[in-house]
Design a protein around this ligand. Sequence first.
Ligand code: SF4
Length: 238
Amino acid sequence: MHVATTIAPVQDGQLTEKIHDDLATRRLAPAEHVVDTAYLSPAQIERAQRVHGITLLGPVLANKSPQAKAHSGFDKTAFAIDWGNEQAICPRGATSVSWTELHISGHIYLQARFAERDCRPCPDRARCTSSATGSRSIAVLPQALHEIQMRNRLDQQTEQWQRRYAIRAGIESTLSQNVRAHGLRRSRYRGLTRTHVQHVLTAMACNLSRLANWHDATSTRRASRFQTLCTAAGFTII
Ligand code: SF4
């Protein structure tokens, strides 16, 4: 069990890279790391593979565009991207007229905007944009990350992917055990260093108690000498 301690406002996903770096330093980097959505983004999937050879497995955020949520109209997947010419081609065959870099929540996106002369008279306008007069635009991640995002979104719908991801079942109960049985949410000390020691000891206790549970469940208890003697004499001990 790897233990990382941070101050409270640090979000889960901000730790993914540090966890991988720390595990790699100890030569303990896994071939596959199965996480929930909070711990992965296309950029983190790409970095884990490139830097450490780790397959970061988990569901990426779903497409939240109005069209994708409604399962109707033209969401981003309906547009073809011509990366070489920095253009998008819409389902009606129009080509975008501008290609701009955007910075949103620390991520780089590329925004392709279509011309009003194409969108205003378009018969599919209502399926494409909610703007009364403006033209459609789409924002995509840079090519490598966009392709990871699209592939992951498709894969995570499949039964095969979901069976593979099912290996994560049970980890929430481990977290819950640490929180409820071992008081993980309350720091007994001040300062990150001491709190980290508490977390490491808690993780060790959790490992030991699980090992003991596993041992109890799998071992057949050996009879004591007294039991063996009684059994040989024809007595049964209850
Ligand atoms: S509204 Fe514009 S971008 Fe959308 S399908 Fe019509 S021409 Fe293409």
